[in-house]
Design a protein around this ligand. Structure first.
Ligand SMILES: [Zn+2]
Length: 481
């Protein structure tokens, strides 16, 4: 049997994951099934690449998009008839995998949505947050809303939560969710039909990870559609990671300064809290005021507490002895915007963890505006900074940046801990492909910047002798499935 796989999004870009699998008709003449895997938003910087602007044009386009605050890219029509889609399978709750789901519903999708239960709960929090941002942009700039509260409600009513390793049928396709070890609830989706297997990796974790269980193997897959965010890079030693964090805290303590950490709401923030929790509670680090100025991350942490059973044994052990691994002496959770101002008035030294991770929005921008001009500040990145974002420009050492129409001269020390990345690196990705074993016919390398994807594909061909291709946006491919 053959099926058609179409790369509707997440090809040639890190974000905007959206894959369509059309199983065509069966031998008995029944109509085929159209399944979508992920339905994410394209981030602003990526959208510029996806729309074919050259690099030289890109910065101007990005600034203009940010100035207007309107998201015009993600409201473009879907490149398929959404009413014909029978089901949507969701790998994990990052916006670049879920962000357009309520829009899909608004445009007429009425099939079922499937993911782990944790992903569904996290998605509900993420949609609610995104609605708030869109409402603000609609009021301020007259932007069109990508979706409304009713669309979110309807999407959640169509959504079923599943456990890992509990296969369920969708017509003649069997679906199984395997632990991807990337964020809480993250799964790779394994589809089986007539003895053939295709795995959609979603994002793959940087195993072993402090909170999560290890990423599972794709053993036995005939095809893999996989991510390649770090397809051309290797992470620094993770064993030093906690010590580098400790050193960064001690440095600002000695300097009487501020350690500012732009953090991602899901996973990175909880890992930071967990590692600070460990150091403070085992007595190896003296308590220091730590401000969590990220309301979304705080809500997400509540979902983490609810699914404590999904963590690795070391973290579950904290819960079983009654210790909250995300809370420790010195931690102050800030809820209101007034709280952000209070943090600035609080004496140094202190640690501020604020969203968003790439400094594209959220409360971190105000802190960056205030603190980057200070020599006593350390700005510490703990995750991937997409090309074109403020985070990437700061990471690359720009000394003058524009933050919300204000020029900021950067005197702060800027460093990065890539060991905190939630993504598998080049060697882990190659190892993942190798684990598929001799059944593997083809790997589609997606969800990466073109350079990273092409590098990984080349390595897979040269070192593993695997047929690895980098599909283009919109490209379709026939597979034996
Ligand atoms: Zn992700």
């Amino acid at each position: 049997m053959t099926s058609t796989l179409t790369f509707c999004g997440g090809a040639g870009t890190v974000t905007g994951a959206n894959f369509l699998l059309d199983t065509h008709s069966t031998s008995s003449g029944q109509a085929g099934t159209k399944l979508l895997i992920d339905c994410g938003t394209l981030e602003a910087a990526d959208s510029v690449t996806a729309l074919g602007f050259s690099n030289a044009e890109a910065p101007a386009k990005k600034i203009s998009a940010q100035e207007h605050g309107c998201d015009t890219v993600n409201s473009a029509p879907f490149p398929y008839d959404v009413k014909e889609i029978s089901a949507l399978l969701v790998t994990h709750a990052h916006q670049d995998h879920i962000g357009r789901i309520p829009r899909l519903v608004r445009d007429g999708f009425s099939g079922a949505i499937h993911s782990t239960a944790a992903t569904k709960d996290l998605a509900a929090v993420m949609f609610d947050d995104a609605l708030g941002v869109m409402q603000e942009h609609a009021e301020k700039f007259g932007c069109e809303m990508l979706y409304g509260a009713a669309d979110v409600e309807r999407a959640l009513s169509l959504w079923a939560g599943h456990d890992y390793h509990e296969p369920f049928p969708l017509d003649d396709v069997s679906v199984e969710l395997l632990d991807a070890g990337h964020i809480l609830g993250s799964a790779m989706v394994r589809l089986t039909r007539a003895g053939k297997n295709i795995i959609f990796s979603g994002d793959l974790g940087n195993t072993p990870e402090p909170l999560l269980r290890d990423c599972e193997s794709p053993a036995g897959a005939d095809y893999i559609v996989m991510e390649s965010v770090y397809g051309d890079r290797v992470h620094e030693g993770r064993s030093e990671r906690k010590e580098v964090l400790r050193a960064a805290v001690e440095e600002v303590r000695n300097r009487g300064g501020v350690l500012l950490i732009p953090s991602f709401s899901i996973e990175r923030t909880q890992i930071l809290l967990f590692e600070l929790n460990d150091m403070v509670e085992d007595g190896s680090m003296q308590a220091i005021p730590v401000y969590l100025d990220a309301p979304l991350a705080s809500r997400v942490t509540q979902v983490f507490r609810k699914y404590s059973g999904l963590f690795n044994p070391a973290v579950r052990e904290h819960f079983s002895r009654g210790d909250d691994p995300f809370s420790f002496p010195g931690l102050k959770v800030v809820q209101t915007t007034d709280g952000s101002h209070t943090i600035r008035r609080a004496p140094d030294p202190k640690v501020i963890i604020a969203g968003a991770g790439m400094s594209g929005g959220g409360r971190v921008r105000a802190h960056e505006k205030y603190y980057l001009g200070e020599k006593r500040t350390t700005l510490l990145f703990v995750g991937y900074q997409a090309s074109g974002t403020l985070g990437r420009r700061l990471q690359e050492g720009e000394k003058r940046v524009m933050i919300d129409k204000e020029h900021v001269k950067v005197r702060a020390q800027v460093s990065a801990l890539t060991g905190y990345s939630g993504h598998a690196d080049r060697d882990q990705l190659l190892n993942y492909i190798e684990q598929a074993g001799p059944s593997l016919k083809k790997v589609f390398i997606t969800m990466g910047e073109p350079r990273a994807s092409l590098f990984l594909a080349q390595r897979a061909r040269d070192f593993l002798g695997v047929d690895a291709v980098v599909p283009q946006q919109g490209e379709s491919c026939e597979i034996e499935f």
